[in-house]
Design a protein around this ligand. Structure first.
Ligand code: F6R
Length: 243
C-alpha cells in the first residue's frame, strides 16, 4: 500500500485525479470504478479541467459506480446518478451509455445485484476503483458488521451513515434507509484502488483502516490485503498516521 499525505485538499484532489488520468491515458478503453460523496468533488473538477484543456479524453472509458440509494430515481438531486452527471459525466466526452450506477429502483434485489456484477465482468473488470471512506470505515456502503459481504447487494444503512449523509438532505427522515452497493469482493477484484480521505473526522478511522487489524468492523481495513492500493489523504485526514 502506498500512502500519500498531501498539504491540502486541493493537492489531494490533484494527486488522485492524476492517478485516474494516468489510467485513462495508459488505456483509453479502461474501466473506472467511481465514488460519490464530498471528498471526490475536487478531483472530478480537476478531471473536467484536464478534459477542457484537451489533456484527457473519456471517449473510450466505461465506468461503474460503487453504490446508489434504494428508492431514489436518477433524476433525484441526492441520487448518486445525479451526482455523477453533475460533477463529471455532463462535462466530459464519456459516452453516457457506458456509465453505470446501480439502480435504486426495482424490488428484486438479487436480480439487480447479479446483473450489476455480470455487467462489470462483461466489461472486463474494473481497472481502477476510486474509494472514499465513511467515518465508520465503510467503503461503498459496506457498513461495519461481522463479515465482509462479497458481491453487490442491498444493505441497510447504519444510523451513523444516515446522520452523516443527512447534511445533503432537508432532514434525516428523507435519507433513504437502504442502498445498493458493490460488495467487498467486487471492490477487491479491481486491479488498482485509489482511496481518498479528507478532513479531521477521517483521521482516526483512516489510521484504524490502514494501520490497525483487518476486521469487518472496519470494512476499509480489508484494503491491506490488496496488492495495488494508493491512499491519498489531505493533511487533516493523514494527521494520525504513523508512517
Ligand atoms: C460514495 C461511497 C461512500 C463515501 C463515503 C465518504 O459512493 O461509496 O463510501 O465514499 O461515505 O463520503 P464523503 O466523501 O462524503 O465523506
Amino acid at each position: 500500500m502506498r500512502v500519500i499525505v498531501t498539504k491540502s485538499y486541493d493537492e489531494m484532489s490533484r494527486v488522485a485525479a492524476d492517478e485516474l488520468a494516468a489510467c485513462v491515458r495508459d488505456n483509453p478503453a479502461c474501466v473506472l470504478g467511481l465514488a460519490t460523496g464530498t471528498t471526490p468533488i475536487g478531483l472530478y473538477a480537476d478531471l473536467v479541467s484536464d478534459f477542457e484543456a484537451g489533456r484527457l479524453s473519456f471517449a473510450g472509458v466505461t465506468s461503474f459506480n460503487l453504490d446508489e440509494y434504494v428508492g431514489l430515481e436518477g433524476t433525484h438531486p441526492q441520487s448518486y446518478r445525479y451526482f455523477m452527471n453533475k460533477n463529471l459525466f455532463d462535462h466530459v466526452d464519456i459516452d453516457i451509455a457506458h456509465t453505470h450506477v446501480p439502480s435504486g429502483l426495482g424490488d428484486d434485489d438479487g436480480k439487480v445485484s447479479s446483473e450489476y456484477e455480470l455487467a462489470i465482468r462483461q466489461a472486463g473488470g474494473v481497472d481502477l476503483q476510486l474509494l472514499g471512506i465513511g467515518p465508520n470505515g465503510h467503503i461503498g456502503f459496506n457498513e461495519p458488521t461481522d463479515h465482509f459481504p462479497v458481491a453487490t447487494h442491498r444493505v441497510e444503512l447504519t444510523e451513523s451513515t444516515r446522520v452523516a449523509n443527512s447534511r445533503l438532505f432537508d432532514s434525516l427522515d428523507e435519507v433513504p434507509r437502504y442502498a445498493r452497493t458493490m460488495g467487498i469482493g467486487t471492490i477487491m477484484r479491481a486491479r488498482k484502488i485509489v482511496l481518498v480521505a479528507s478532513g479531521e473526522n477521517k483521521a482516526q478511522i483512516l489510521r484504524d483502516a490502514i494501520e490497525g487489524p483487518v476486521t469487518p468492523m472496519v470494512p476499509a481495513s480489508i484494503l491491506q490485503f490488496h496488492p495495488n492500493v494508493v491512499v491519498v489523504a489531505d493533511d487533516k485526514a493523514g494527521a494520525l498516521l504513523s508512517r
